[in-house]
Design a protein around this ligand. Structure first.
Ligand code: TRP
Ligand code: SF4
Length: 405
C-alpha cells in the first residue's frame, strides 16, 4: 500500500482451487498471508466460482481441489482463529453483489482488462467467449467490496483486477451514493464559477468520470483551488462532485503487492504448474530429492573440473532463498573454482526444502485424516464472512433502491 494507514487494514484475498500448491505459492503468497493475519483482520477464501469460469466442464476437479487447498493453507499456518477461512460459493451474497455491480460495469472496461485477452489466448482449447468469463473481474470486485477490504494482497498479474475494483466502487458510489439534493447544490455551485470556468469544469469532470482521465482530474482540482468567489462549502461540494461525490457505500481497496523473494522453478523460470517445474508442498521426500538432484545447472560445468558461474544457475536462486551467508559464500567460491561438485552444492538446498516441508506435510496429513475438523473450520469461516456480507448487502440494496418489501 502507498500512503495509507496500514495498521487497521482489513485484508482479503482469494485463490482459485486449481490444483495442489507448490513452493512458489508458499514463498510468494502464503507466508505473507500468515504474517498478515497477525497484524490485520483477514479474510481468506477459496474462489470456486472463479475456477468455474474457466473449468465449467470439470466438476470433480473443483470439489477435490477446494478441500486440498484449504488443508494446504492450514498446514502452512493460516490460523482460523485469526482469519476467516471460507468458500466463495457458500456466501451466496457474492453472487448478488456481482449482479448489482454488473449493472454499472461498462463493457469497455471489462474488455480492456489485460488478463481477459491474455487468458483467451492462453487457453485456446477452451471456449471462453462466455458472459461468466468476461465478468470474472466483476465477481472479484464483488469479493473485495463485500468486505470493504482496504488491502488486497495479490501478485502482479492481479493488480489490474484491483484497479477495476476501484473504478467500479467509484462508479457505484457515484451512481447510488448521492444525497437527494447533492447534484442540484453542486450544479448551482458550478454556475457560480462563471461561464468560462463552469464550462471548463464540466468538460474536465466529464473526461475524468467517463474516461478515467487522471490528468483532467488534476487540472480540475487546480481550477477549483484557484476560485476566489465561491464559498468553502461550495468548493468542497465541487471537489466531491468531480470525483463522483456523495456518500461512499463501497470504499476503494488498494492492492498490496506481495513482497516475494523470487522463488524460481526448478528450471529457473517462474515456478508454475504449467511449466512442470514445481515442488509441491505435499511432495514426497524422495521426490523432492530427485527433483533437486536432476535440476539443470550452469551448462558450462560439463565436467566436475569445469568451473561454473552461480548467477547462471537455477540452483543458486534456491540458495538465495534458503541458504545463510556462509553457505552462499561456500557456493560462490566452490562453484567458480570447481572446488565443489553440483550434487554437493545441491545438498544444503535439498536439506532446507525437506526441513521446510516436513512439518507442512505432517500437518496436512493430520488434517486429511480429520475432515470433520476442516469442515468445521470452513463452516465457521463461512458464518463469519456471511454476517459481514449480509450487512453490506443491506446497505447496497438500500442504496440501489431494492429495499422495498
Ligand atoms: N483472481 C484471483 C487469482 O486468480 C483469485 C481471486 C478471486 C481473488 N477473488 C479475489 C484474489 C479477490 C484477491 C481478491 O489469483
Ligand atoms: Fe550451480 Fe552449484 Fe553447480 Fe555452481 S556448483 S553450477 S551453483 S549447482
Amino acid at each position: 500500500m502507498t500512503s495509507h494507514d496500514t495498521r487497521r487494514a482489513r485484508v482479503l484475498s482469494g485463490m482459485r482451487p486449481t490444483g495442489p500448491l507448490h513452493l512458489g505459492h508458499y514463498h510468494g503468497v502464503l507466508k505473507n498471508w500468515v504474517q498478515l493475519q497477525h497484524e490485520h483482520e483477514c479474510f481468506f477464501f477459496v474462489a470456486d466460482w472463479h475456477a468455474l469460469t474457466t473449468a465449467y466442464d470439470e466438476r470433480e476437479i473443483i470439489a477435490n481441489n477446494v478441500w486440498h487447498l484449504v488443508i494446504d493453507w492450514l498446514a502452512c499456518g493460516v490460523n482460523p482463529s485469526l482469519a476467516q477461512v471460507f468458500i466463495q460459493s457458500r456466501v451466496i451474497e457474492h453472487a448478488e453483489l456481482h449482479l448489482m455491480l454488473s449493472m454499472v460495469a461498462p463493457l469497455g472496461w471489462l474488455e480492456r482488462v489485460p488478463t481477459y485477452k491474455d487468458q483467451i489466448e492462453n487457453l485456446r482449447e477452451k471456449d471462453l467467449a462466455t458472459y461468466g468469463f468476461l465478468g470474472y473481474p466483476v465477481l472479484q470486485s464483488a469479493d473485495i467490496l463485500m468486505y470493504k477490504a482496504t488491502a488486497v494482497p495479490v501478485g502482479e498479474d492481479q493488480v489490474s483486477h484491483v484497479e477495476l475494483t476501484r473504478e467500479l466502487a467509484r462508479r457505484f458510489n457515484y451512481i447510488f451514493g448521492r444525497e437527494p439534493d447533492f447534484a442540484e447544490k453542486a450544479e448551482a455551485a458550478v454556475r457560480k464559477m462563471g461561464k468560462k470556468n463552469a464550462k471548463l469544469y464540466r468538460e474536465l469532470r466529464r473526461r475524468y468520470q467517463e474516461q478515467g482521465d487522471a490528468e483532467a482530474l488534476e487540472v480540475a482540482q487546480a481550477l477549483l483551488a484557484d476560485q476566489q468567489n465561491i464559498t468553502l462549502g461550495d468548493r468542497e461540494r465541487l471537489f466531491g462532485y468531480l470525483e463522483g461525490g456523495g456518500r461512499t457505500i463501497l470504499p476503494e481497496p488498494e492492492a498490496l503487492l506481495t513482497p516475494a523473494p523470487r522463488m524460481p522453478g526448478l528450471d529457473g523460470r517462474k515456478m508454475s504448474k504449467s511449466y512442470g517445474n514445481t515442488i509441491f508442498l505435499r511432495e514426497e521426500p524422495d521426490e523432492v530429492d530427485r527433483k533437486v538432484r536432476t535440476m539443470p545447472t550452469d551448462p558450462a560445468r560439463v565436467r566436475r573440473s569445469d568451473p561454473g558461474e552461480p548467477t547462471k544457475c537455477p540452483v543458486w536462486d534456491f540458495h538465495k532463498v534458503y541458504s545463510d551467508q556462509r553457505t552462499q559464500e561456500w557456493v560462490l567460491e566452490g562453484c567458480r573454482s570447481a572446488g565443489i561438485g553440483c550434487l554437493e552444492c545441491k545438498r544444503p538446498v535439498i536439506d532446507a526444502i525437506q526441513a521446510e516441508l516436513a512439518p507442512i506435510r505432517e500437518r496436512a496429513q493430520e488434517l486429511e485424516s480429520d475432515p470433520e475438523t476442516v469442515r468445521n473450520i470452513v463452516n465457521e469461516g463461512c458464518d463469519g464472512a456471511r454476517s459481514v456480507a449480509r450487512e453490506t448487502m443491506k446497505e447496497v440494496r438500500s442504496a440501489v433502491g431494492l429495499d422495498y418489501r
